[in-house]
Every structure is written in C-alpha cells, then in structure tokens.
Design a protein around this ligand. Structure first.
Ligand SMILES: Cc1cc2nc3c(=O)[nH]c(=O)nc-3n(C[C@H](O)[C@H](O)[C@H](O)COP(=O)(O)OP(=O)(O)OC[C@H]3O[C@@H](n4cnc5c(N)ncnc54)[C@H](O)[C@@H]3O)c2cc1C
Length: 395
C-alpha cells in the first residue's frame, strides 16, 4: 500500500532498516536459510537485541517500557521486520500476559514480571486449552483449591492443559484454573502465574503434522502456587482471559509477514515458469487484493488503539482473514513447487537423500502442514464467526 509518510516517519523506517542490518544475529539468519529448527536461544538472541533497542514491545505503554511509537511507526516497524525476514517471536510474554499484568496486575506483579518479560529473561507459555475445553474454554476443569499453611496463602492446582505452545522452553506459564466449581462457568475461573519449575508440573511433547515439536501437554499435579501469583480478583480471571484473547487475535493476523510471503511467492512463481500462467496469476491477484483489504482493516484497528480504545470484536475479523491469507500463501507455494514439495525433507537433511529440487521447495510442504493450525488456534475461525455474528452484527 502506498501511504504518504512524513520525513520523520521515513527517518524512522531508515533507522529500523539500519538496526536490522546491524543487529540481526547472523547465526539465526544462517539457520533460517538452511530451514533448520529454531530453539529457545535462537528466539531469545533476537528478542534481546530488540529489547536493547527498546522496540521489543511496541504496543506497551511508555510507563511500562513501551517505546511510545505512533501507530504509523508501529506499522513501519512491523513491515520492516517482516520485509527483512526476521523470525516472528512467540507472542506469549509481550503480546499476551504482559498486557494482562499491566492492565490488571498489582504494583508488585508489575515490578516483578514486566521488566524480565521485556528483557527476554522470562519465557512464557499459555495454559488455557484442555482436552475437553477448547472452543468452549469456560468449561475448563483444572482445579485450584485455596489453603493456608505455615508457608502462607496458596492454591493447590490439579489438571491437564493441552496444545501448550513451546512449553518445553517456558520459565513461567499463565493458566486459567477453576477456583469455584459451584459458580456459573465463566464466574468461577482465576488467572494464575505458575513457575514451570514448580514440583508437579510435567511437560510432554505433541508432534505435529510437519514433524515439529511445537506443542505440548502440560500436567499439573498438586502444584503449589502462592496466592500472590493470581492476577486480578479470585473468580474473575475470565475478564483477563477475554482481554488477552482480543490482543492475541489482532496479533495473529500477521499482515506484514504475509506481505513478505507474497513477495517470496511471486519470485518462486516467476522461477517456476508461472509468470504467464493466467490461472495461477489470477489466484495470486485474488490473494493480493484480500491482503490489501486486510492491511486497511489492521491500520484502522491500530488507529483505534492509538485513540485509547483496545482491540474489540473486530479483532475476530483480522484473525479470520489474516489466517486465511496465511494458509492460501502456503497452498500456492506447494502448487508452485509441484512435485518438489513431496520428498521427505528430514531424510534430505539427515543425509539419507541428496538435494531434491530448488532451495525454496524444501520448506513448502512442512510449512503448508504447519500453517493448518492458524485457523484453529487463538479461537477457531468458526468461533470467530460466531463472535462477529453476535458482537458486530448484533444477531
Ligand atoms: C498449533 C496450536 C497451538 C496452540 N497453542 C495453544 C497454547 O499455547 N495455549 C492454549 O491454551 N491453547 C493452544 N491451542 C489450542 C487452541 O486454542 C484450540 O485448539 C482451539 O481453541 C480449538 O479448540 P479444540 O482444539 O478443543 O477444538 P474444539 O473446540 O473441539 O472444536 C472442534 C471443531 O468444532 C468447531 N466448533 C466448536 N464449537 C463450535 C461452535 N459453537 N460453533 C461452530 N463451530 C464450533 C471448531 O471450530 C472446530 O472446527 C493451540 C492449538 C493449536 C492447533
């Protein structure tokens, strides 16, 4: 999209470009190019560089360590980070629990958790979903029973969470637990911060379609959690949960990353001889139009935020359209590379099979499989449609 940027904004964009060129960890870049699995330290190396620059949390208020960027500067930062193909950092600390803590936490919780979250010294995971509670999250059963002993006021937590992304790296988790089993579903839930090293916490891997270890089961067995780790009032955790989900959904749209993906796809299509294929080009054009419309919607949301209004139900629109675009990008990539998407890339990497096809073919199929998740997580797209029906259309 061509926006008219002021000289100050253009100077900011140039500063971002210079910063990325200087500060992006070369080892991380090399791993990305080789299509290698990224681990905790890979993500943290980039998180820390952004934190040092003051740009890790563009959405946070200045008083809690946000950089005080204008909506246009935030947009430019996101665009440049995506255009330079920097890794998307896990959102759990900066985009999810951080805002909950500064909006609902006590002064002690803010002082204890916000600075290390910004600095990349705490890796967070999100313990919402359970085997029987996904879309119907309020039916969650993980139980927290309050008690007092010589060591103080605490909860004993028992239950099972699932799909917990990158919990294998997490230092802390934010969990929804049931503190009042007799209250109406939404009214008996509390929001707890749990140290993942606490006795009784077990993390077990779930391997996804693309062969990656990205999600986990988390078991909580008699885990002792001090009451001071509860955010907001007891039994009012649902308020924090909803606030967080609206932030999560805006973040999921990934417009800047999709624009970068579209540019890459164009280059691949050209190289694969599809530049003159009218059917393929028509699909690319349709995708670009949807992406452009999405970008306008995201900019409107940013403008609302800068006017002091948090993301509302329109974040459901961003979630649906953003994830559809992401999935279509991966479908068109598989279509472009054709049969080269078929070989088992793990066999190639392990040396059991020589290189097959051009460089860009390697990630096509695993990425296609991996991105099926986007219309499920953060509240499935069907659920987002229900929210739009009720909250926006008023039906
Ligand atoms: C890769 C990945 C990572 C995730 N990471 C996390 C994480 O870090 N932390 C966390 O807490 N959770 C995480 N999740 C869980 C995610 O939020 C849930 O998968 C999601 O909310 C859907 O719940 P479910 O899987 O139980 O499906 P279900 O709720 O069982 O839904 C099954 C199907 O029925 C449809 N459906 C259900 N109810 C309705 C309805 N009322 N109207 C219309 N359709 C309906 C759904 O859209 C879906 O298609 C992750 C999920 C995935 C796939």
């Amino acid at each position: 999209m061509n926006l008219d940027f002021s000289p100050r904004e253009i100077a900011f964009r140039d500063e971002v470009r210079r910063f990325i060129a200087d500060a992006y960890p070369p080892a991380l870049r090399a791993k990305q190019k080789a299509g290698e699995h990224l681990g905790r330290e890979d993500y943290l190396s980039w998180h820390r560089a952004l934190a040092k620059q003051g740009w890790i949390a563009p959405g946070w208020p200045v008083e809690y360590g946000g950089p005080g960027l204008t909506p246009t500067q935030k947009h430019l930062l996101a665009e440049e980070l995506a255009a330079a193909d920097t890794v998307r950092l896990p959102p759990f600390g900066i985009s999810m629990v951080g805002p909950v803590i500064y909006a609902f936490g006590t002064a002690e919780q803010k002082a204890r958790f916000l600075p290390p979250t910004l600095a990349g010294d705490i890796w967070w995971c999100q313990g919402y979903s359970e085997p029987g509670a996904g879309s119907d999250l309020a039916s969650l059963k993980t139980r927290a029973v309050r008690g007092v002993d010589a060591d103080g006021d605490h909860y004993i937590v028992n239950g099972q969470k699932t799909w917990t992304t990158l919990a294998q790296y997490a230092d802390w988790g934010f969990f929804l637990v049931r503190t009042d089993p007799d209250a109406k579903a939404q009214e008996g839930i509390s929001f707890l911060l749990i140290d993942m090293k606490s006795p009784g916490v077990t993390v077990r891997p779930i391997i996804t379609l693309d062969g990656a270890h990205e999600v986990n089961e988390v078991w909580l067995e008699d885990v002792r959690v001090p009451v001071e780790n509860r955010v907001y009032d007891e039994n009012r955790g649902w308020t924090c949960a909803k606030f967080l989900l609206a932030h999560e959904r805006t973040n999921i749209a990934g417009v800047a990353a999709s624009k970068n993906g579209l540019n890459k796809l164009r280059a691949v299509a050209q190289a694969e001889g599809l530049a003159d294929d009218p059917v393929y080009q028509r699909k690319l054009a349709d995708l670009e139009i949807d992406l452009l419309a999405l970008e306008y919607t995201e900019l409107r949301t940013l403008a609302r935020e800068s006017a002091g209004k948090g993301p509302g139900p329109e974040s459901s629109l961003l979630k649906i359209k953003g994830t559809e675009v992401q999935q279509r990008l991966t479908e068109l990539m598989v279509e472009a590379v054709g049969a080269y998407a078929l070989p088992d890339r793990r066999a190639i990497r392990s040396g059991n099979l020589g290189p097959v096809g051009p460089d860009w073919a390697g990630r096509a199929a695993p990425t296609y499989f991996n991105m099926r998740k986007t219309s499920i997580y953060g509240g499935s797209n069907e659920i987002q449609r229900n929210i739009i029906t009720k909250m926006i259309l008023g039906l």
